[in-house]
Write a protein that binds this ligand. Structure first.
Ligand code: NAD
Ligand code: DAU
Length: 340
């Protein structure tokens, strides 16, 4: 029996991971610990809310007492930390919450893991910690971190603290660094759900700059499977990259998305670029594959499957887009210069 504390479990990847665990294992208990920021949403967990192996606790990972209470009350042995501020564009406008949650919050969880002698602390990290990767290269886990946005810097700082807790205190940690995830329940500020929902409403798709930046768009359940594998078979103290190991230009992703929806390319609108925009991420995933993992979706399959989910689940995203999101969208895109 494993007792998980899934911090940030009401967000996009966390909620998919909770569902994955409950589908796959009988002998587990899963406690979601989540602050429910704008990105946290209990609708993401509606289908598991009556499962006796699942509990929800509303709390902030920066709150030491609340974290300690959750660990003791639920006899937690494993923390998987998804909780974070996650949107690069928001980190450029206002980095404060990123430093609080992604850096200080991670420290609070590490201290709790040490105090209660947990069996495992797993940190969900990102390929953005490696920074912009020049053509012809792929990042390996031993590469130095070189983050360039406030978000990436906050995640890299957290990784360094996780590694320090292993070196200094012998805390049994693992880290996964994932590429761009897409799939069900992703807040529609991120590019694939934003563009899909805009296109459904015949609104322009604001492509940053020339759109030739490269990302590795992986299906979220492939990422979940990889995290689980690292929890089962990963070596303590180690980092594992997670992605398909291939990249795709953003503009190609947009074309596939529009084709799947049957919408015209004329919806594409090139706009002023993101400041400090990383041109390319590229992960070497051979270390993870050596554990026996393979992605089940290509980029194209992942994009098409994701687009279909948004078409079929308007109940989920329409109320988000009608709420706080509208103000965010005006701030982020209202004054943005159109390039052509
Ligand atoms: P998300 O923004 O969808 O969800 C984040 C969740 O964390 C939300 O439920 C939110 O309420 C919760 N949260 C935020 N601050 C909190 C706090 N102080 N205390 C408790 N809960 C808090 O994020 P996501 O896209 O699911 O990302 C999850 C993790 O995976 C993050 O650590 C992110 O850095 C990492 N990651 C994301 C991607 C991606 O493509 N989305 C890729 C690689 C790594
Ligand atoms: O690489 C992993 C990271 O992927 C995660 O760590 C982050 O949490 C997650 O948000 C994501 O970061 P990106 O910045 O890559 O994701 P986003 O969806 O914001 O943007 C993807 C690409 O699309 C990027 O090159 C910027 C571009 N883009 C994005 C938006 C929102 C646009 O061209 N237009 C847009 O409106």
């Amino acid at each position: 029996m494993r007792n998980y504390l899934i911090t940030g479990g009401a967000g996009f990847i966390g909620s998919n991971f909770v569902r994955y665990l409950l589908d796959r294992y009988d002998d587990i208990r899963v406690v979601v610990f989540d602050k429910l920021t704008y990105a946290g949403n209990l609708d993401n967990l509606l289908d598991v809310q009556d499962d006796p192996r699942y509990r929800f606790v509303r709390g902030d990972i920066c709150d030491k007492e609340a974290v300690a209470r959750a660990i003791q009350e639920h006899e937690i042995d494993t923390i998987v930390n998804f909780a974070a501020e996650t949107h690069v564009d928001r980190s450029i406008v206002d980095p404060d919450a990123f430093i609080q949650t992604d850096v200080y919050g991670t420290y609070v969880l590490l201290e709790a893991a040490r105090q209660f002698h947990l069996e495992r602390y797993h940190q969900i990290s990102t390929d953005e910690v490696y920074g912009d990767v020049p053509p012809g290269r792929s990042s390996t886990e031993t590469d130095p971190v070189a983050p360039r946005s406030p978000y990436a810097a906050s995640k890299a700082s957290a990784d360094l603290m996780v590694l320090a807790y292993h070196t200094t205190y012998g805390l049994p940690i693992t880290i996964t660094r994932g590429a761009n995830n897409i799939g069900p329940y992703q807040y529609p500020e991120k590019v694939v759900p934003l563009f899909t929902t805009n296109a459904i409403d015949d609104l322009p798709l604001p492509v940053y700059g020339d759109g030739r930046q490269m990302r590795d768009y992986q299906y979220v359940l492939d990422h979940c499977e990889a995290i689980d594998l690292v929890l089962q078979r990963g070596r303590i103290g180690e980092i594992y990259n997670v992605g398909t190991g291939q990249e795709m230009e953003n503009i190609k992703m947009v074309e596939i998305l529009l084709d799947e929806l049957g919408k015209p390319r004329s919806l594409i609108q090139h706009v002023e670029d993101r400041p400090g925009h990383d041109r390319r991420y590229s992960l070497d995933v051979s270390k993870l594959k050596a554990l026996g993992w393979q992605p089940r979706h290509t980029h194209e399959e992942a994009i098409r499957k994701t687009v279909r989910w948004y078409v079929e689940n308007e109940w989920w995203w329409r109320k988000i887009r009608n709420g706080e999101f509208q103000e965010y969208y005006r701030r982020q895109y209202g004054q943005r210069r159109v390039l052509r």
